[in-house]
Design a protein around this ligand. Structure first.
Ligand code: PGA
Length: 262
């Protein structure tokens, strides 16, 4: 079973309208025709349309960093799944550690977002990951198992058009201690958790779906460590923060994926 690698850039709360547009244009130039791996960028929500325009007909897809799970109404400051689809988003990040630990999102909220994204035709990138004290306390697998199980509660295996959850969902393993710290999980550490997540998906769904589901690694992925991570059997891509803000760096990570895909 060969899974197509998927490299996504999470721009977080960075850049300006002009710089978002320039970055997207530079990426189109560098990797806009790349077909061997799937690529996406997730700009701040107020720049989604600007970036969508700059991406044009390139192969780089658009994603959002967050959404709310209700259809519409009195949810000041929130954006619905439908609105994200309306401005051209294919993906939405759900449960990023900064939303879990800085904003205080619970697994219950994240679960509702995943369910809503899927029902509205958006493909969720579900982030899970342990804190440093949890890793040091030997609780990594337990934390990941709990997050994945709770966040996927009630999430079905099949979707419209004969697609499966594996076509729609990406899980991103992002150890919190590795995010924005320059301290990457070693390929062995990441592979161990990715394999455990795949086994868990096999238990929650079935072996075929587990074999097809893509699991990205995130946490200080850079051009110089991407190849070693992406070469591991259960690492199917990367969710890139800091390095996705520089076109040459993000392009180099994508190219590392392309080389492994040949
Ligand atoms: P980082 O962020 O690459 O800057 O560590 C990754 C993420 O938070 O998705």
């Amino acid at each position: 079973m060969s899974r197509k690698l998927f490299i996504a850039g999470n721009w977080k709360m960075n850049l300006s309208r002009a710089r978002s547009s320039d970055l997207a244009a530079a990426l189109v130039e560098e990797i806009g025709k790349e077909a061997a791996v799937d690529t996406a960028v997730c700009p701040p929500s107020c720049y989604l349309m600007t970036v969508q325009q700059a991406l044009g007909v390139s192969r780089i897809d658009l994603g959002a960093q967050n959404m709310w799970y209700e259809d519409q109404g009195a949810y000041t400051g929130e954006i619905s799944a439908d609105m994200l689809v309306d401005v051209g988003c294919k993906y939405v990040i759900c449960g990023h550690s900064e939303r879990r630990h800085v904003i205080g999102e619970s697994d219950e909220v994240i679960n509702r977002k995943v369910l809503k994204a899927l029902s509205e035709g958006l493909n969720p990138i579900l982030c899970v990951g342990e804190l440093l004290e949890q890793r040091d306390g030997g609780q990594t697998m337990e934390v990941i198992r709990q997050q994945v199980t709770r966040d996927l509660e009630g999430v079905g295996a099949s979707y419209a058009g004969g697609t499966t959850l594996a076509d729609r969902l990406t899980i991103a393993y992002e150890p919190v201690w590795a995010i924005g710290t320059g301290r990457t999980a070693t390929p062995d550490q990441a592979q161990e958790v990715h394999a455990a997540v795949r086994t868990l998906i096999g238990e929650l769904y079935d072996e075929t779906l587990a074999a097809e589901l893509r699991i990205q690694y995130g946490g200080s992925v850079k051009p110089d460590n991407a190849a070693a991570l992406l070469a591991r059997p259960d690492i199917d891509g990367a969710l890139v923060g800091g390095a996705s803000l520089k076109a040459p760096d993000f392009a180099a990570i994508v190219r590392a994926g392309v080389e492994l895909s040949d």
